[in-house]
Design a protein around this ligand. Structure first.
Ligand SMILES: Nc1ncnc2c1ncn2[C@@H]1O[C@H](COP(=O)(O)OP(=O)(O)OP(=O)(O)O)[C@@H](O)[C@H]1O
Ligand SMILES: [Mg+2]
Length: 317
C-alpha cells in the first residue's frame, strides 16, 4: 500500500444508469486501520458506491483511490489490495463449504489453503456442515460462508456490502467481532448497512447516504451531537413534589409533565445532570426514580431526513 494515510479517498463521485442519476458528488475518506460505515436506506446508492470502489463498475465523474491506487486507472492494482463480500453470493453451489474456501485459498496462492479453510470454518461456526454441498445450506449459513470467503488471504482493505443482513442475532454478533478483529490486525473495513445500531457500534466514521448524496458524516458521537436534546425523566410519587420540581427546574430547563413524571430536555452531560439534582435538592425535592435517554443515531437520521424534506419543500415553492 502506498504511504497515504487514507485507505480510501473518494472525490466528487457521480454515477447514473441510463441517464438516471444515482450518485451525486459523493466525497469521503477512510483512514487506514479504521471501520467506515456507509449508512443508507434501500436504493440510496450503497452498492453502487461499493461497486465503483471495488472496480466492478466505472463512475461517470470524480475519482476514487483505494490503497493508494486509482480505481479507474489501476483496477488490477486495486483488486490485489481488496476483498469484497457482495450482497449476493459468489460461491460454487456444487462444492462443499470446505472446498470453496480451499479453492479460494489456492486462487490467492496461500501456503496452506486447507488449513486456512479449517480455521475459517471454525471461526464462522460452519464445522458441522463443512463437507455438505452448499445447495443444502440455509440462507444464514451461506451468508457466513460468503463472509469467510472474503477473509481468505490478507487483503488490507475489506469491503462488506450489508454483512449482517440475513444473519440471526448470534451470527450478527459474531460478524461484529470479526470486523473488530480485522481492524485490530491493521486492516481497513468499509461496510454498508441499513442498521443505525450497527454503524454506531462498529464504525469509527459514518457517512449517511440519502438518494445518492452524503447528507451527513462524522464519528457516531459527532452525528449524535447534531441532535442536542437527550431527555431525563424524573419520577415523583406525588403531585406536590412534581409541581415543586417543575417550578424549580422550569426557569433553566425545558421541562414538561407526563403523568407523575417530569420530562427534562438536557444534553445528558454529567455536569448538567449534577446541576439538575442539586437544584432539586436545594429545595428539598427528591425524585423517587429517574431515567436518562441520550439521542440515538435514529434521532439523527430522522432529523436529517426531516430537514431534507423541508429543503425540498422550500425549493419547490
Ligand atoms: N444496473 C442498474 N441499472 C439501472 N439502475 C440501477 C442499476 N443498479 C442500481 N440501480 C439503481 O440505482 C439506485 C441505487 O441502487 P443501489 O443498489 O446502489 O442501492 P443500495 O443503497 O445498495 O440499496 P439496497 O439497500 O437495496 O441494497 C437504485 O435506484 C437502483 O434502482
Ligand atoms: Mg445494496
Amino acid at each position: 500500500m502506498s504511504a497515504t494515510r487514507h485507505a480510501i479517498e473518494v472525490r466528487n463521485l457521480a454515477k447514473g444508469y441510463k441517464g438516471v442519476p444515482v450518485l451525486h458528488d459523493v466525497s469521503f475518506t477512510v483512514g487506514r486501520g479504521t471501520v467506515f460505515a456507509l449508512l443508507g436506506a434501500n436504493g440510496s446508492g450503497k452498492t453502487t458506491t461499493i461497486s465503483i470502489l471495488t472496480t466492478l463498475i466505472k463512475a461517470d465523474a470524480g475519482t476514487a483511490r483505494v490503497a493508494g491506487f486509482d480505481v479507474a486507472k489501476q483496477p488490477t492494482k486495486v483488486r490485489e489490495q481488496i476483498s469484497l463480500t457482495g450482497q449476493s453470493a459468489a460461491v460454487d453451489h456444487l462444492l462443499s463449504a470446505r472446498e470453496n474456501l480451499a479453492l479460494m485459498g489456492e486462487l490467492r496462492h496461500l501456503a496452506d489453503p486447507r488449513q486456512t479453510a479449517a480455521d475459517l470454518l471454525d471461526t464462522f461456526d460452519l464445522n458441522e456442515a463443512a463437507d455438505r454441498r452448499l445447495l443444502t445450506f440455509s440462507g444464514g449459513m451461506r451468508r457466513r460462508l460468503d463472509i469467510a470467503m472474503s477473509l481468505v488471504g490478507d487483503a488490507p482493505v475489506i469491503f462488506f456490502d450489508e454483512p449482517t443482513t440475513g444473519l440471526d442475532p448470534k451470527g450478527r454478533t459474531r460478524m461484529w467481532l470479526t470486523i473488530r478483529q480485522l481492524v485490530e490486525n491493521g486492516r481497513t473495513v468499509f461496510l454498508t448497512t441499513q442498521y443505525l445500531e450497527e454503524a454506531d457500534r462498529l464504525a469509527d466514521q459514518i457517512a449517511i447516504l440519502h438518494a445518492g448524496r452524503i447528507v451527513a458524516s462524522g464519528t457516531p458521537d459527532e452525528l449524535k451531537a447534531m441532535v442536542p436534546a437527550g431527555i431525563v425523566e424524573l419520577d415523583f410519587g406525588e403531585e406536590e413534589q412534581l409541581s415543586a420540581a417543575q417550578r424549580a427546574l422550569g426557569e433553566h430547563y425545558e421541562a414538561s409533565r407526563v403523568d407523575l413524571k417530569l420530562v427534562v430536555a438536557t444534553t445528558g452531560s454529567v455536569a448538567e445532570m449534577a446541576d439538575l439534582f442539586i437544584r432539586l435538592k436545594d429545595r428539598g425535592i427528591e425524585p423517587v426514580g429517574f431515567s436518562r435517554q441520550l439521542p440515538t443515531l435514529d434521532d439523527v437520521f430522522f432529523k436529517i431526513l426531516d430537514e431534507e424534506r423541508e429543503d425540498c419543500r422550500a425549493s419547490a415553492q
